[in-house]
Design a protein around this ligand. Structure first.
Ligand SMILES: Nc1ncnc2c1ncn2[C@@H]1O[C@H](COP(=O)(O)OP(=O)(O)OP(=O)(O)O)[C@@H](O)[C@H]1O
Length: 199
């Protein structure tokens, strides 16, 4: 499974990550905490190849498939929620409409709603962001502040979804400042001064 080895990253003179290492285990749920600007999103961006590390390695196993929700998810603004999921799923030839529709219904989003995503509320966008990160059976799921803007019912649905992912042996890593009601982690890690350590 995913293994990060001694990742370092600098922006200008600022060393954001210093020799960060992390190994995920199947079914494990990890919480990464750290102040604003400590580098949590940067770790996720390096894992997903949005950013390149200055040093270190990201190793994925052959059957690892990463799903991620990082910062504000980008969508095709003038398309509906379901069209967006279809577009994203088809990029990897992994789209299953039944799965996408079911997940939308679970999160109280109407799959038949033709409203453009540009008209979605923050919480609705966030729900769509969570769905795209898990709808293709990704076995590694990275979620940056996943419950931001989501209502109580949506948070409960999210927690239930995470329990299902655990049963399916997906490894879920969440960066979050908030305590998510009902959610327990297997490991808590603190990112401080560029270093990632157990709490
Ligand atoms: N593309 C970039 N160019 C320059 N600096 C960047 C870039 N991306 C991130 N940074 C800087 O790196 C640091 C870490 O940012 P990052 O977004 O990873 O923090 P974070 O821990 O996710 O913060 P938050 O809790 O606020 O989401 C910040 O000082 C940020 O300004």
């Amino acid at each position: 499974m995913l293994k990060i080895d001694n990742i370092s990253k600098q922006f200008g003179k600022k060393q954001v990550l210093k020799d960060v290492s992390l190994e995920l285990n199947p079914g494990e749920r990890i919480h990464i905490i750290g102040k604003n600007g400590s580098g949590k999103s940067t770790i996720f961006k390096i894992i997903t190849n949005i950013l390149k590390a200055d040093a270190g390695q990201v190793e994925l196993a052959e059957n690892d498939y990463v799903g991620a929700l990082i910062e504000n998810p980008g969508f095709l603004e003038y398309e509906s929620g379901l069209e967006n999921l279809k577009f994203l799923g088809n990029l990897n030839h992994n789209y299953d409409e039944q799965v996408a529709m079911k997940l939308m219904e679970k999160f109280d989003l109407d799959p038949n709603d033709l409203q453009a995503v540009s008209k979605y509320s923050i919480g609705m966008r966030q729900k769509l962001g969570i769905i795209q990160a898990v709808m293709e059976n990704q076995n590694i799921v990275l979620l940056d502040e996943p419950t931001r803007g989501i209502d109580k019912e949506g948070v409960a649905t999210f927690v239930k979804l995470l329990d299902e992912l655990k049963q399916e042996k997906s490894a879920v890593t969440i960066a979050s400042h908030d305590e998510i009601p009902g959610l327990k982690y297997d490991r808590e890690l603190l990112l401080k001064n560029g270093e990632l350590a157990s709490v």
